[in-house]
Design a protein around this ligand. Structure first.
Ligand code: GLN
Length: 501
């Protein structure tokens, strides 16, 4: 029998349906692989029983001849930003350590309804803030990838670093991710896997720990474009519990995949060819352009004139929303509560409520989260609101307009996903600006709410994966997936990290 842990979503689902193997055998194989890969630190908690119970339900349904769901028999990893009933949900923070929600996020519930099971909760940057998975309270994730001839630990990217490491190490066939400014696409690119952020509003945010509500979107991270299409269909859909959820039917993305780009125009934004761009990234992009032409597309140069302001606008808007969203962690309602010693407080006679808030938040949040809260409250403060927050919102509108105007000239846009391959652990941690620069190609589509995906496209000189990004029109996930498929077929990316864990 094929090694079950090499299989992706479609192969597992179809194999279970055909009786080639049972869902239980699949779940057992992945549970074992997860247990053996503790060195990657990809999971914060593992839930082997959840995976087995879901598998047994699928095997029983099949035995009865019942119809099977689109994810039937597929055990997945769940980013620990999704609330899962009865299973610790932390957002990789100390402040939520031990929090077991009484409810299930809509996206995870949709996946269980489609027949998936859960291998565990995946590590991430704390509150999804970061690009390297080093801000987690539970320790960094180590990428399964290594530079040729080196054993130095590399980042899997972030914030969905646990998801990226697990899928690329083949200890999970697929995982959920969330993307606020690039957290599905950048880690996918750095680990040689595929991930798509849908149009804002496609996937419900209900039950997802909020970072920046006007940007946050869930999406799949998987081995290939087809698996992403299948899983996104299962995740997406209207949810009355999320006021920004789109009340639209979910298209049949998987059934309508088509890699023929004849008649399609692929836009190449000239502003993305930045000064000092790594020549390997530039060469990869040129290769992608050649592949798009080979697939029948017409390639056109386009302009997105406000691109240079996107990162600055994002790092105002996202912290502003984060500072407001994270105000709820006050030590009263859930999670950590730190009570300073009586007498040490600022109130009269013993510590007061303010002291409890301060002590809880000081102990419960990591440095990067505190940095964002400080920036966010600053840009929202009465004296600086117009200079920063209002200005950033105007820039955001201009960036969205750039894309609207570009759609007169093209159907999808092709760019690199990230400006670099995976970097060493610790390399950028002390320099937030260097870290934030990793999002330079992903943030504009986030600000505009557009669907965008990363597809593995090649290896750099050190043998590390690089990704190409496809950005699409609002609601045109199909166009994005189709262009991604055309690239995937031509890139023929099959390299996997060598097992050292
Ligand atoms: N790296 C970006 C940030 O730190 C994006 C994070 C994300 O998309 N969740 O904000």
């Amino acid at each position: 029998m094929t090694e079950l842990t090499t299989l992706g979503i479609k192969a597992i689902r179809d194999g279970v349906a055909a009786g080639d193997f049972t869902a239980r055998e699949v779940a057992e194989a992945f549970n074992t692989a997860v247990a053996e890969a503790a060195a990657l630190n990809a999971f914060i908690v593992t839930t082997p029983d959840h995976a087995l119970a879901a598998a047994d339900a699928v095997d029983a349904a099949r035995a009865k001849g019942d119809a099977l769901g689109a994810m039937a028999g597929v055990p997945i990893g769940m980013k620990d930003l999704f609330a899962t009933r009865g299973v610790q949900t932390t957002a990789a923070s100390h402040i939520l350590e031990g929090f077991k929600p009484e409810y299930e996020s809509t996206v995870s519930q949709n996946l269980w309804n489609a027949g998936a099971g859960m291998l565990g909760k995946l590590n991430l940057d704390q509150f999804a803030m970061g690009s390297s998975n080093e801000t987690s309270y539970f320790g960094n994730v180590i990428s399964p990838w290594r530079k040729a001839g080196s054993n130095a630990g590399l980042t899997p990217g972030g914030s969905s670093g646990g998801s990226a490491a697990a899928v690329s190490a083949r200890i999970a066939p697929a995982a959920t991710g969330t993307d606020t400014g690039g957290s599905i696409r950048q880690p996918a690119a750095l680990t040689g896997i595929t991930g798509i952020k849908p149009t804002y509003g496609r996937c419900s945010r209900w039950g997802v720990v909020a970072f920046a509500s006007s940007l946050d979107q869930a999406g799949p991270m998987a081995q290939d474009v087809t698996d992403c299409a299948i899983m996104l269909e299962a995740m997406a859909g209207f949810d009355p519990k999320d006021s920004t959820s789109l009340d639209l039917p979910v298209p049949q993305w998987a059934a309508n995949l088509n890699a023929d780009l004849t008649g399609k125009r692929v836009g190449i934004p000239r502003e993305y060819r930045m000064d000092g761009m790594d020549p390997q990234i530039a060469a990869l992009w040129d290769q992608g352009i050649a592949w798009a032409k080979d697939a029948g597309a017409e390639v056109v140069e386009i302009s997105l004139p406000h691109t240079q302001y996107a990162l600055a606008a994002y790092y105002i808007v996202a912290p502003a929303e984060a500072s407001s969203n994270l105000a709820r962690y006050d030590g009263v309602r859930y999670g950590l509560r730190d009570l300073p010693d009586p007498g040490s407080g600022s109130g009269t006679g013993g510590s007061g409520l303010q002291d409890m808030y301060a002590a809880t938040r000081a102990a419960g949040f990591g440095d990067e989260v505190k940095r964002r809260i400080l920036i966010g409250t600053y840009v929202l403060s009465a004296g600086f609101y117009d200079a920063y927050y209002n200005q950033a919102q105007k820039v955001r509108a201009l960036i969205a307009r750039d894309f609207e105007q570009a759609w007169d000239h093209c159907d999808v846009i092709l760019t690199p996903t990230a400006p670099n391959a995976a970097f060493a652990l610790g390399e950028k941690l002390s320099d937030p600006l260097a870290m934030y620069l990793n999002d330079v190609f992903t943030v504009p589509a986030s600000l505009a709410g557009l669907p965008a995906m990363s597809v593995p496209a090649g290896l750099d000189a050190d043998g590390l994966p690089l990704g190409l990004q496809v950005i699409g029109k609002p609601l045109d996930e199909q166009g994005v997936l189709n262009a991604g498929l055309a690239i995937e077929q031509r890139a023929g990316f099959v390299t996997k990290p060598e097992k050292w864990w």
